[in-house]
Write a protein that binds this ligand. Structure first.
Ligand code: BT5
Length: 253
């Protein structure tokens, strides 16, 4: 059962659930406001990329998170909280095999099942985070993308509303872990346990720069630790590709 403090609205069509929850946040919407849509005219990924899916084929939702007391250097982890919650919710529904790809994907093997987009919004009285996710239910992804769907991976047809409830339930529990040190340690270990990136050779695009390294885990702050030729570094953000041991690229973003 979904925790009661969510206020969920469904749209047949919208420009972007992230955009509209941000508008609502600026107008004073409460923590736990959730919009989900059958179709987005202007679905967004990170860095001005597009998130696309035909009507009804993908669970596309955004949640407003108001955590005014959260340390600034922990806000970034809301992305991972939601990605972890998606993996766990799928497990709750009996769907195994999904894992996380740092920083914001849920994958099956090397194929993208879901993406998460968290955005900081100036939403008085405090800053708030709008965190959106798209999970392919029957859509196998746009042409050229290395992607998959729940139908392809599990052979099952999943009800999007049931999946949304399962994710919101997990988010409600996991976000609380961000608030204190003991919870944060538990959360980091939970993320590491489903993070397929760990143990892989990867390249990370940091603006114009490309860093190659071996992913060994998460830092105290929840950033990715890479062993590189220059030593161990902490990667705060960037596009990441998993590499085969042969060195050929296995997946894009
Ligand atoms: C993401 O960005 O993966 C974040 C996606 C967040 C989408 C949700 S839907 C609800 C909410 N409202 C929004 O407007 N957005 C959020 P990024 O890591 O930048 O990946 C984007 C890339 O994923 C694109 O450039 C495509 O290559 C690929 N892509 C687009 N649609 C896809 C799909 N349905 N399945 C798999 N890959 C897709």
């Amino acid at each position: 059962m979904r925790p009661h403090n969510y206020k969920v609205s469904h749209f047949v069509e919208i420009d972007s659930t992230n955009t509209q929850v941000a508008v609502a946040a600026r107008a004073g919407a409460l923590d736990g406001t959730v919009y989900w849509a059958d179709f987005q005219r202007a679905g967004r990924g990170r860095l001005d990329r597009v998130w696309e899916a035909p009507p009804g084929s993908c669970l596309m939702a955004s949640v407003l998170i108001r955590e005014p007391k959260l340390a600034l250097d922990r806000i970034h982890a809301i992305t991972a909280v939601v990605a972890l919650s998606i993996v766990e919710a799928l497990g709750d529904l009996g769907i195994a095999g999904a894992s996380m790809k740092w920083p914001n994907d849920v994958v099956v093997g090397e194929n993208k099942l879901a993406g998460v987009l968290a955005e900081l919004v100036d939403a008085p009285p405090h800053a708030a985070v709008v965190v959106g996710f798209g999970i392919n239910v029957t859509f196998g992804g746009p042409p050229g993308a290395k992607a998959t769907s729940l139908e392809i991976m599990s052979g099952r047809s999943i009800d999007r509303a049931v999946l949304l409830d399962a994710i919101l339930t997990r988010v409600a529990t996991n976000r609380v872990l961000l608030r204190d040190e003991a919870g944060w340690v538990t959360l980091r270990h939970g993320i590491e346990a489903v993070l397929a990136t760990i143990g892989q050779d990867v390249t990370v695009e940091l603006g114009d720069e490309q860093v190659v390294g071996h992913a060994v885990g998460l830092s105290d702050k929840g950033y990715l630790l890479l062993d590189t030729e220059q030593g161990r570094i902490e990667v705060v953000t960037g596009d990441l590709r998993h590499l085969r041991s042969t060195g050929s690229a296995e997946s894009g973003h």
